[in-house]
Design a protein around this ligand. Sequence first.
Ligand code: LMR
Length: 309
Amino acid sequence: MAKVTVVGAGNVGATCADVLAYREIANEVVLVDIKEGFAEGKALDIWQKAPINLYDTRTVGSTNDYSKTANSDVVVITSGLPRKPGMTRDDLIATNAGIVKSVTENVIKHSPEAIIIIVSNPLDVMTYQAHITSQFPRTKVMGMAGILDTARYRAFLAEALNVSPKDIQAVLMGGHGDTMVPLPRYTTVGGIPVTELIDEETLEAIVQRTKTGGGELVKLMGTSAWYAPGSAAAQMTEAILKDQRRVFPVCVKLEGEYGIDNCYLGVPVILGKNGIEKIIELDLNEDEMALLKTSEKHVKEVMDVLDKM
Ligand code: LMR
Protein backbone atom coordinates (compact mmCIF):
# COMPACT_ATOMS: atom_id res chain seq x y z
CA MET A 1 0.00 0.00 0.00
CA ALA A 2 1.90 3.01 -1.25
CA LYS A 3 1.10 6.43 0.14
CA VAL A 4 2.35 9.68 -1.35
CA THR A 5 1.95 13.22 -0.04
CA VAL A 6 2.17 16.20 -2.34
CA VAL A 7 2.60 19.49 -0.50
CA GLY A 8 1.34 22.49 -2.42
CA ALA A 9 -1.92 22.10 -4.35
CA GLY A 10 -1.07 24.72 -6.96
CA ASN A 11 -0.56 23.90 -10.62
CA VAL A 12 2.55 21.73 -10.21
CA GLY A 13 1.36 19.90 -7.07
CA ALA A 14 -2.10 19.23 -8.47
CA THR A 15 -0.67 17.98 -11.78
CA CYS A 16 1.68 15.66 -9.90
CA ALA A 17 -1.20 14.35 -7.73
CA ASP A 18 -3.32 13.84 -10.83
CA VAL A 19 -0.62 11.82 -12.63
CA LEU A 20 0.03 9.75 -9.49
CA ALA A 21 -3.69 9.01 -9.29
CA TYR A 22 -4.68 8.32 -12.89
CA ARG A 23 -1.60 6.21 -13.53
CA GLU A 24 -2.25 4.37 -10.24
CA ILE A 25 1.32 4.94 -9.10
CA ALA A 26 0.18 5.17 -5.46
CA ASN A 27 -2.81 3.74 -3.60
CA GLU A 28 -3.34 6.99 -1.71
CA VAL A 29 -2.34 10.54 -2.55
CA VAL A 30 -2.64 13.25 0.10
CA LEU A 31 -2.62 16.79 -1.20
CA VAL A 32 -1.79 19.52 1.35
CA ASP A 33 -2.05 23.29 1.02
CA ILE A 34 -2.25 26.24 3.39
CA LYS A 35 -5.12 27.85 1.52
CA GLU A 36 -8.38 26.85 3.26
CA GLY A 37 -10.26 24.15 1.31
CA PHE A 38 -7.99 24.38 -1.76
CA ALA A 39 -6.33 20.96 -1.45
CA GLU A 40 -9.62 19.34 -0.44
CA GLY A 41 -11.24 20.76 -3.58
CA LYS A 42 -8.46 19.61 -5.91
CA ALA A 43 -8.36 16.15 -4.31
CA LEU A 44 -12.13 15.82 -4.66
CA ASP A 45 -11.99 16.89 -8.31
CA ILE A 46 -9.29 14.28 -9.05
CA TRP A 47 -11.33 11.62 -7.22
CA GLN A 48 -14.43 12.51 -9.24
CA LYS A 49 -12.42 11.91 -12.43
CA ALA A 50 -11.70 8.31 -11.33
CA PRO A 51 -14.95 6.81 -12.71
CA ILE A 52 -14.26 8.51 -16.05
CA ASN A 53 -10.57 7.64 -16.38
CA LEU A 54 -10.92 4.36 -14.52
CA TYR A 55 -8.52 4.37 -11.59
CA ASP A 56 -8.92 3.63 -7.90
CA THR A 57 -6.18 5.69 -6.26
CA ARG A 58 -7.74 7.51 -3.29
CA THR A 59 -7.07 11.25 -3.22
CA VAL A 60 -7.37 13.15 0.06
CA GLY A 61 -7.05 16.89 0.61
CA SER A 62 -5.87 18.66 3.75
CA THR A 63 -5.62 22.30 4.80
CA ASN A 64 -2.26 22.22 6.58
CA ASP A 65 -3.18 19.18 8.71
CA TYR A 66 -0.10 17.00 8.37
CA SER A 67 -1.55 14.20 10.52
CA LYS A 68 -3.31 13.08 7.31
CA THR A 69 0.10 12.65 5.66
CA ALA A 70 1.33 10.19 8.31
CA ASN A 71 3.54 7.36 7.11
CA SER A 72 3.88 8.52 3.55
CA ASP A 73 6.44 6.60 1.51
CA VAL A 74 7.29 9.56 -0.70
CA VAL A 75 6.63 13.26 -0.12
CA VAL A 76 6.80 15.71 -3.03
CA ILE A 77 7.27 19.34 -1.94
CA THR A 78 6.09 21.90 -4.46
CA SER A 79 5.32 24.68 -1.96
CA GLY A 80 6.36 28.27 -2.46
CA LEU A 81 5.88 31.00 -4.99
CA PRO A 82 6.47 30.51 -8.70
CA ARG A 83 8.45 33.17 -10.52
CA LYS A 84 6.93 35.94 -12.58
CA PRO A 85 8.30 37.31 -15.87
CA GLY A 86 11.61 39.11 -15.34
CA MET A 87 12.52 37.07 -12.22
CA THR A 88 15.25 34.45 -11.93
CA ARG A 89 14.59 31.32 -9.90
CA ASP A 90 17.13 32.58 -7.37
CA ASP A 91 14.95 35.64 -6.71
CA LEU A 92 12.52 33.27 -4.98
CA ILE A 93 14.92 32.27 -2.22
CA ALA A 94 13.74 34.89 0.30
CA THR A 95 10.14 33.60 0.28
CA ASN A 96 10.59 29.94 -0.54
CA ALA A 97 13.43 29.05 1.87
CA GLY A 98 11.26 29.61 4.96
CA ILE A 99 8.31 27.81 3.40
CA VAL A 100 10.36 24.74 2.42
CA LYS A 101 11.93 24.65 5.89
CA SER A 102 8.62 24.66 7.75
CA VAL A 103 7.00 22.20 5.32
CA THR A 104 9.95 19.82 5.73
CA GLU A 105 9.68 20.05 9.53
CA ASN A 106 5.99 19.14 9.37
CA VAL A 107 6.59 16.34 6.88
CA ILE A 108 9.30 14.57 8.87
CA LYS A 109 7.28 14.73 12.10
CA HIS A 110 4.64 12.50 10.52
CA SER A 111 6.66 10.53 7.96
CA PRO A 112 10.12 9.93 9.43
CA GLU A 113 10.88 7.22 6.86
CA ALA A 114 9.74 9.11 3.76
CA ILE A 115 11.80 9.89 0.69
CA ILE A 116 11.55 13.60 -0.09
CA ILE A 117 11.43 15.05 -3.61
CA ILE A 118 11.82 18.82 -3.85
CA VAL A 119 10.27 20.75 -6.71
CA SER A 120 10.26 24.29 -5.22
CA ASN A 121 12.68 26.87 -6.61
CA PRO A 122 15.50 27.74 -6.55
CA LEU A 123 15.60 23.96 -6.90
CA ASP A 124 19.14 23.02 -5.96
CA VAL A 125 19.22 25.25 -2.90
CA MET A 126 15.73 24.22 -1.76
CA THR A 127 16.99 20.62 -1.89
CA TYR A 128 19.85 21.79 0.36
CA GLN A 129 17.30 23.42 2.67
CA ALA A 130 15.21 20.24 2.93
CA HIS A 131 18.30 18.11 3.45
CA ILE A 132 19.72 20.14 6.33
CA THR A 133 16.28 20.55 7.90
CA SER A 134 15.39 16.86 7.72
CA GLN A 135 18.87 15.53 8.53
CA PHE A 136 17.87 12.53 6.39
CA PRO A 137 20.60 10.69 4.48
CA ARG A 138 21.41 12.39 1.17
CA THR A 139 20.02 9.37 -0.69
CA LYS A 140 16.54 10.23 0.62
CA VAL A 141 16.34 13.95 -0.17
CA MET A 142 16.53 14.89 -3.82
CA GLY A 143 15.45 17.56 -6.25
CA MET A 144 13.42 17.22 -9.45
CA ALA A 145 14.89 19.23 -12.29
CA GLY A 146 16.99 16.98 -14.50
CA ILE A 147 14.06 14.99 -15.87
CA LEU A 148 12.29 18.25 -16.71
CA ASP A 149 15.28 19.94 -18.33
CA THR A 150 16.13 16.76 -20.24
CA ALA A 151 12.50 16.45 -21.37
CA ARG A 152 12.60 19.97 -22.78
CA TYR A 153 15.83 19.19 -24.61
CA ARG A 154 14.35 15.94 -25.96
CA ALA A 155 11.13 17.64 -27.03
CA PHE A 156 13.01 20.37 -28.93
CA LEU A 157 15.18 17.74 -30.62
CA ALA A 158 12.16 15.62 -31.55
CA GLU A 159 10.60 18.67 -33.18
CA ALA A 160 13.76 19.61 -35.09
CA LEU A 161 14.35 16.04 -36.31
CA ASN A 162 10.64 15.29 -36.84
CA VAL A 163 10.89 12.06 -34.84
CA SER A 164 9.10 10.67 -31.80
CA PRO A 165 10.29 12.14 -28.48
CA LYS A 166 10.17 8.54 -27.20
CA ASP A 167 13.26 7.71 -29.24
CA ILE A 168 15.44 10.50 -27.90
CA GLN A 169 17.68 9.59 -25.00
CA ALA A 170 19.72 12.27 -23.30
CA VAL A 171 21.32 13.35 -20.08
CA LEU A 172 21.65 16.83 -18.70
CA MET A 173 23.60 17.76 -15.60
CA GLY A 174 24.31 20.67 -13.27
CA GLY A 175 22.10 23.19 -11.52
CA HIS A 176 18.51 23.97 -12.52
CA GLY A 177 19.28 27.32 -14.07
CA ASP A 178 20.97 28.92 -17.00
CA THR A 179 24.23 27.16 -16.06
CA MET A 180 22.75 23.69 -16.59
CA VAL A 181 24.90 21.35 -18.67
CA PRO A 182 23.23 19.53 -21.60
CA LEU A 183 25.50 16.80 -22.97
CA PRO A 184 25.15 16.36 -26.75
CA ARG A 185 27.89 13.72 -26.58
CA TYR A 186 25.52 11.54 -24.55
CA THR A 187 22.42 12.23 -26.69
CA THR A 188 21.10 9.53 -29.02
CA VAL A 189 18.14 9.14 -31.36
CA GLY A 190 17.09 5.51 -31.54
CA GLY A 191 20.65 4.61 -30.57
CA ILE A 192 22.24 6.91 -33.19
CA PRO A 193 24.47 9.73 -31.86
CA VAL A 194 22.50 12.96 -32.32
CA THR A 195 25.55 14.67 -33.83
CA GLU A 196 25.16 12.39 -36.89
CA LEU A 197 21.62 13.64 -37.49
CA ILE A 198 21.71 17.37 -36.80
CA ASP A 199 24.07 20.21 -37.69
CA GLU A 200 26.12 21.88 -34.99
CA GLU A 201 24.37 25.23 -35.21
CA THR A 202 20.86 23.78 -34.77
CA LEU A 203 22.05 21.62 -31.89
CA GLU A 204 23.66 24.60 -30.17
CA ALA A 205 20.44 26.62 -30.58
CA ILE A 206 18.49 23.75 -28.96
CA VAL A 207 20.97 23.58 -26.08
CA GLN A 208 20.56 27.32 -25.51
CA ARG A 209 16.75 27.11 -25.70
CA THR A 210 16.81 24.26 -23.16
CA LYS A 211 18.85 26.34 -20.71
CA THR A 212 16.21 29.06 -20.71
CA GLY A 213 13.27 26.68 -21.25
CA GLY A 214 11.60 27.50 -17.93
CA GLY A 215 11.90 31.24 -18.56
CA GLU A 216 10.39 30.86 -22.04
CA LEU A 217 7.23 29.48 -20.45
CA VAL A 218 7.16 32.09 -17.66
CA LYS A 219 7.24 34.78 -20.35
CA LEU A 220 4.44 33.13 -22.31
CA MET A 221 2.13 32.41 -19.37
CA GLY A 222 3.06 35.01 -16.74
CA THR A 223 3.79 32.15 -14.34
CA SER A 224 5.86 28.99 -14.42
CA ALA A 225 5.17 25.65 -16.07
CA TRP A 226 3.28 22.76 -14.47
CA TYR A 227 2.44 19.85 -16.78
CA ALA A 228 6.03 18.74 -17.39
CA PRO A 229 7.30 19.56 -13.86
CA GLY A 230 4.37 17.75 -12.19
CA SER A 231 4.74 14.72 -14.47
CA ALA A 232 8.50 14.59 -13.87
CA ALA A 233 8.02 14.51 -10.08
CA ALA A 234 5.44 11.73 -10.53
CA GLN A 235 7.91 9.77 -12.69
CA MET A 236 10.56 9.96 -9.94
CA THR A 237 7.95 8.84 -7.39
CA GLU A 238 7.04 5.88 -9.57
CA ALA A 239 10.67 4.80 -9.95
CA ILE A 240 11.02 4.81 -6.15
CA LEU A 241 7.72 3.13 -5.24
CA LYS A 242 8.09 0.40 -7.87
CA ASP A 243 11.82 0.00 -7.29
CA GLN A 244 12.34 0.44 -11.02
CA ARG A 245 16.03 1.40 -10.79
CA ARG A 246 15.55 3.94 -13.54
CA VAL A 247 18.43 6.15 -14.60
CA PHE A 248 17.53 9.83 -14.35
CA PRO A 249 19.37 13.08 -13.75
CA VAL A 250 18.45 14.09 -10.19
CA CYS A 251 19.65 16.85 -7.86
CA VAL A 252 21.58 15.40 -4.93
CA LYS A 253 24.30 16.50 -2.54
CA LEU A 254 27.67 15.67 -4.07
CA GLU A 255 30.30 14.45 -1.64
CA GLY A 256 33.35 14.16 -3.85
CA GLU A 257 31.70 12.80 -7.00
CA TYR A 258 32.93 14.66 -10.09
CA GLY A 259 35.56 16.21 -7.80
CA ILE A 260 32.79 18.34 -6.24
CA ASP A 261 32.12 18.45 -2.52
CA ASN A 262 29.17 19.81 -0.54
CA CYS A 263 27.16 21.07 -3.48
CA TYR A 264 23.66 20.14 -4.65
CA LEU A 265 23.70 19.47 -8.39
CA GLY A 266 21.90 17.39 -10.98
CA VAL A 267 23.77 14.21 -11.89
CA PRO A 268 22.67 10.87 -13.36
CA VAL A 269 21.56 8.46 -10.65
CA ILE A 270 19.78 5.13 -10.30
CA LEU A 271 16.42 5.63 -8.55
CA GLY A 272 14.91 2.74 -6.61
CA LYS A 273 13.19 1.80 -3.37
CA ASN A 274 15.88 3.37 -1.20
CA GLY A 275 15.85 6.62 -3.15
CA ILE A 276 19.17 7.32 -4.80
CA GLU A 277 20.65 3.85 -5.13
CA LYS A 278 23.78 5.01 -6.93
CA ILE A 279 25.31 8.17 -8.35
CA ILE A 280 26.69 7.51 -11.83
CA GLU A 281 29.99 9.24 -12.56
CA LEU A 282 30.39 9.99 -16.26
CA ASP A 283 33.81 10.44 -17.75
CA LEU A 284 33.32 14.10 -18.69
CA ASN A 285 35.73 15.78 -21.08
CA GLU A 286 37.49 19.04 -20.23
CA ASP A 287 34.80 21.31 -21.72
CA GLU A 288 31.94 19.46 -20.04
CA MET A 289 33.78 19.51 -16.71
CA ALA A 290 34.36 23.25 -17.04
CA LEU A 291 30.62 23.79 -17.56
CA LEU A 292 29.83 21.66 -14.51
CA LYS A 293 32.29 23.67 -12.42
CA THR A 294 30.61 26.91 -13.52
CA SER A 295 27.28 25.44 -12.45
CA GLU A 296 28.79 24.38 -9.10
CA LYS A 297 30.09 27.92 -8.51
CA HIS A 298 26.67 29.39 -9.20
CA VAL A 299 24.79 26.96 -6.94
CA LYS A 300 27.35 27.45 -4.14
CA GLU A 301 26.81 31.21 -4.31
CA VAL A 302 23.07 30.71 -3.77
CA MET A 303 23.76 28.16 -1.00
CA ASP A 304 25.80 30.90 0.69
CA VAL A 305 22.82 33.24 0.46
CA LEU A 306 20.75 30.61 2.30
CA ASP A 307 23.47 30.12 4.92
CA LYS A 308 23.41 33.85 5.68
CA MET A 309 19.62 34.08 5.97
C1 LMR B 1 10.71 25.27 -14.68
O1 LMR B 1 11.84 25.09 -15.15
O2 LMR B 1 9.69 25.21 -15.36
C2 LMR B 1 10.56 25.60 -13.23
O3 LMR B 1 11.81 25.63 -12.60
C3 LMR B 1 9.83 26.87 -13.00
C4 LMR B 1 10.56 28.09 -13.50
O4 LMR B 1 10.46 29.14 -12.81
O5 LMR B 1 11.17 28.08 -14.55
